[in-house]
Write a protein that binds this ligand. Structure first.
Ligand SMILES: [Zn+2]
Length: 151
């Protein structure tokens, strides 16, 4: 799941910054405002070499549960549509809800596969390498220490 966005308002100039990130917000917690170049700390970001990976990220069970739940909703919608259709009408709302639940179930299923097949770990290796590269810069480490990180 790479298509997530982080939004924040710059404390200096109040500009709204928007940046793509992965769903677990792996990256440097020291952000720079695109408008005024001010730097500040955003604890929502995880510097994985220090903070570690989000424990939920590799937990396939969460996604299995999500997939089953969404599949159940999709089935209920399907059954409702079936009976409504037999009476000669159907509710578009239920059709839409059913389609979205089914798509959500598929997305969860894909994540389960990604974790099981080790793709998630490959991504994590990449994030870890990026994080370690950042931490090899003494100036960056100094900044993190100033913000209270134990490096
Ligand atoms: Zn700013």
């Amino acid at each position: 799941m790479q298509l997530s966005y982080a939004e924040w308002v710059c404390p200096e100039c109040k500009t709204k910054n928007r940046e793509s990130c992965n769903s677990w917000m792996y990256g440097s917690p020291i952000r720079q405002c695109k408008a005024c170049r001010a730097e500040y700390l955003d604890r929502r970001f995880r510097e994985v070499a220090i903070d570690g990976f989000d424990p939920r990220a590799n937990n396939a069970k969460v996604y299995v549960k999500g997939a089953l739940l969404l599949l159940a909703i999709a089935l209920v919608c399907g059954v409702m549509i079936y009976f409504q259709y037999a009476k000669g009408y159907y509710s578009m709302k239920i059709v839409v809800a059913g389609v979205f639940s089914a798509l959500g179930a598929i997305a969860c299923g894909i994540n389960v596969l990604r974790i099981k097949l080790g793709f998630q770990n490959k991504d994590n290796d990449k994030y870890m390498a990026e994080s370690k590269a950042r931490l090899s810069d003494p100036l960056y480490v100094e900044k993190l220490r100033k913000y209270g990180y134990k490096v």
